[in-house]
Design a binder for this molecule. Structure first.
Ligand SMILES: [Zn+2]
Length: 209
């Protein structure tokens, strides 16, 4: 028994082969300048090709799509798209030298609008979503808040009730694809939820007052 390559050797060989290929895309690290989401994802895939997938979110600190399995786009009209991305910039790997590329050190959220080459990066998911709405649908903050009495655990029913209420109470120009609704939540339900408004836009949690 000698010279038989193990599975590990093969994986290592493949990673080295990927690393040997030239790369001219997005730098393979945490970046803050604007890039198209597809280019960010391509860079993350390249990093995994070179370094393997194990612990890749924390080892690479690179941007990746926030939701797997569905295209994370809420277009208000033809002009804007929302792509949500995450990056884990926490680092407890001693051999990483972050004097060259300092990291913010938290879970970072990016809202990205490819048609405008616009993006925002924050430490708070809700803030990223809200800032995109400021960008794509200014004026949304003045929309009426859905009355709490309309809320029900039955999602299908809730959607129908919200649609009816919006038809009666929303300004005409806000009754269009991608428009958000604002709803009051209990203290633990403060996350904005994409695709849950009657118009296919966000269900935004009203600020607590
Ligand atoms: Zn835009």
């Amino acid at each position: 028994m000698h010279g038989e390559p193990t599975l590990f050797d093969m994986a290592e060989f493949e990673r080295e082969a990927v690393a040997a290929m030239p790369w001219e895309g997005v730098p393979l690290r945490y970046v803050t300048e604007y890039h198209h989401p597809d280019d960010l994802v391509a860079a993350f895939e390249r990093w995994k090709g070179e370094n393997g997938s194990f612990g890749c979110l924390m080892r690479s600190h690179m941007w990746h799509r926030a939701y797997f399995g569905r295209q994370d786009v809420a277009a208000s009209d033809e002009a804007h798209e929302l792509h949500m991305l995450n990056a884990d910039t926490r680092c407890d790997i001693p051999e990483h030298d972050h004097t060259v590329d300092p990291l913010p050190g938290g879970l970072m959220y990016q809202a990205n609008c490819p048609p405008c080459h616009w993006h925002v990066i924050t430490e708070h998911e809700n803030e990223a979503v809200e800032t995109w709405h400021d960008h794509a649908m200014p004026g949304w903050r003045a929309l009426p808040i859905l009355p709490t009495k309309l809320s029900t655990a039955d999602e299908k029913k809730a959607r129908a009730v919200a649609a009816k209420w919006c038809a009666e109470n929303y300004p005409a120009e806000w009754q269009r694809p991608g428009a958000p609704v604002i709803t009051r939540r209990d203290p633990h339900g403060g996350r904005h939820v994409g695709g849950r408004s009657p118009f296919g836009g966000y269900d935004l949690a009203a600020p607590n007052d």
